[in-house]
Design a protein around this ligand. Sequence first.
Ligand SMILES: Cc1cc2nc3c(=O)[nH]c(=O)nc-3n(C[C@H](O)[C@H](O)[C@H](O)COP(=O)(O)OP(=O)(O)OC[C@H]3O[C@@H](n4cnc5c(N)ncnc54)[C@H](O)[C@@H]3O)c2cc1C
Length: 371
Amino acid sequence: MRHRIAVVGGGPGGLTLARVLHRHGCPVTVLERDPAPDARPPGGTLDLQEGLGQLALDKAGLLTEFEALSRPEGQAMRILDTAGTVLRDWRPRPDERANPEIDRKQLRDLLLDSLDVQWGREVAQVVPGTGEGVLVRYADGRQETFDLVVGADGAWSRVRPAVSSATPKYTGVTTVETSLDDIDTRHPDLAQLVGDGSVAVYGANRSVVAQRNSGGHVKVYVKFRAPLDWHAGLDLTDVEATRSGLLALFDGWAAPVLDLLGHGTAFVHRPIHVLPVSHTWAHVRGVTLVGDAAHLMPPLGAGANLAMLDGAELAESIAADPDDLDEAVRAFEEQMWARAERWATITTAGLERLVSPDPAEALALFEQVHD
Ligand SMILES: Cc1cc2nc3c(=O)[nH]c(=O)nc-3n(C[C@H](O)[C@H](O)[C@H](O)COP(=O)(O)OP(=O)(O)OC[C@H]3O[C@@H](n4cnc5c(N)ncnc54)[C@H](O)[C@@H]3O)c2cc1C
């Protein structure tokens, strides 16, 4: 039986779902709001874990391609105190494959390959239970019906209201992101500080983390506890003012750490929002969610991994039971909810420890992970 399946959102979750469905010969339509694949900067590097993102890529038949592109050396992690003293310096073994890094653009291109994505298709609303199936209303006023609509449209999902009234809540921790290009030639001292992977510096209720992407590009993330409107009176589009405001927050930290911020030429503010740890919903025929749309959690290296495994497992569930689409979706939801709850619990506790009044908490957390 050929179902009309729409996936809303072409992020890691939606593309993995579409890719695995495609592999099983199930037709699928991907509806993506962005007008083109390179319409906006793709974001920083992702570490894909062995039993999560890498398992999903295996289900998509893309593990060998991932291994060729990914950077196992990116698993290196150095932790400093605010005076710049190196507290820990973990280097991966040459054969370590637990969490290799890959640029988001490389991952997206790998998943996209020959998939047919409808770009510039912004979904405004999803209405289940119409006689014809599930109605999708687009932002441009057009509409279409499908047998199954999967919301893979991220934190601020427009599909989610069709199944759940939950909305993301602010955690009290915010992030400001900047980046450095050509670090090896332009800032060799900082390149050494960052190494092959990441360098992280934890102070009371704040941190600076710099992470190497491919091609000498480094993303720098500043995290701190603050009210959502902490920047009232500060124009975040004013680069000089933002840089000075941030440097003031880290007054007294070691000069090379401050240089990671001081050389940034653009700053992006990303407050951390989450859905409830145990977010589930009463099953609705014809609509479901995967990834951040279903279980937005603190960004501690799990979100894209979980989104991808959700996508791969939903596709496999549909392919295994093509005559009963509804049962296939129900079975998948139970599995996803249980896994998401486990990870939301871990990452919520993790965020508390990483942005803590006692910086020793962050170090202790990394020691547990590296044991
Ligand atoms: C700074 C940072 C670092 C992170 N690092 C990691 C990491 O190392 N490892 C990890 O696993 N996770 C990481 N994450 C989390 C990860 O980025 C997300 O969990 C992941 O991208 C979620 O994937 P998704 O497919 O569910 O949603 P998204 O990646 O958000 O994709 C949603 C897609 O839907 C589209 N869309 C949205 N609304 C609509 C609409 N109305 N109509 C049509 N299309 C729409 C969007 O344009 C987008 O393409 C990080 C997050 C942040 C913020």
